[in-house]
Write a protein that binds this ligand. Structure first.
Ligand SMILES: C[S@@+](CC[C@H](N)C(=O)[O-])C[C@H]1O[C@@H](n2cnc3c(N)ncnc32)[C@H](O)[C@@H]1O
Length: 213
């Protein structure tokens, strides 16, 4: 869900750097050929992710939830010279589009795609991660935080997408609405964790920005 009024969103986009040709082609192709294209980060959030990555200049980024590769390409823009982005998705059917677009990224040789269940693969990843982007199944957000927090370097960052969940987290939550219950529990968990500082950025569907102390 977009929280910004369309006029404001349009103005913000007109006054932000445009998508590269590659990102705009990927955006179009995702909307034409892939199920649930609203999962793609999109122009404004993509520029935010790129800008944050440039600010950090990470040597190691972990992305959980690749989908068609839009956010991976944006995050990779800010990688340090010999840095690396590892991105995980469990949907094998995305491989053809990912192979096509990740290869075209100027940072293609710094991007590693892992196809499999992130809940199982993260344990074997290296330590000293600088930046994590959590954007996969909402039911596992708390688990993903637990799996990455000790792998994150002190001073490293986690960004978690969709933490406003179309605003449902701010309404009385139905007990059978598993995703909303989990995102709400995740937000509370982060808010109460003394190892981190956090700010909920109300961009697009909400990004929880977390810094490990
Ligand atoms: C919201 S989309 C990611 C969007 C992408 N980050 C972007 O902004 O363009 C979520 C992705 O997480 C993947 N996913 C869901 N559960 C997963 C799991 N357990 N392990 C790995 N990937 C998973 C889905 O296949 C889907 O492609």
């Amino acid at each position: 869900m977009d929280f910004l009024p369309p006029k404001i969103e349009k103005y913000a986009l007109e006054n932000s750097s445009p998508e590269t040709e590659l990102l705009s082609e990927l955006n179009r192709e995702t909307h034409l050929k892939i199920l649930s294209p609203r999962m793609l980060s999109g122009h404004l959030q993509g520029r935010v992710l790129s800008m944050i990555s440039y600010m950090i200049r990470p040597s190691l980024i972990l992305e959980i939830g690749t989908y068609s590769g839009y956010s991976a390409i944006c995050l990779a823009e800010g990688l340090a010279e010999n840095g690396k982005l590892i991105t995980i998705d469990n949907n094998e059917e995305l491989t053809p589009v990912l192979n096509k677009f990740l290869k075209k990224s100027p940072k293609s040789n710094q991007i590693e795609l892992l196809i499999g269940d992130a809940t199982k693969l993260i344990t074997d990843l290296p330590n000293n991660i600088d930046l994590v982007f959590i954007d996969a199944d909402k039911e596992n957000y708390s688990l993903y935080f637990d799996l990455v927090i000790d792998k994150l370097r002190p001073g490293g960052f986690i960004l978690a997408d969709n933490v406003l969940w179309s605003g449902k987290v701010a309404e009385p939550i139905k007990m059978n609405d598993k995703s909303t219950l989990e995102i709400s529990a995740f937000n509370k968990k982060i808010q109460n964790d003394m190892r981190v500082e956090n700010v909920l950025l109300p961009i697009r569907d909400g990004i929880m920005m977390i810094r490990k102390k």
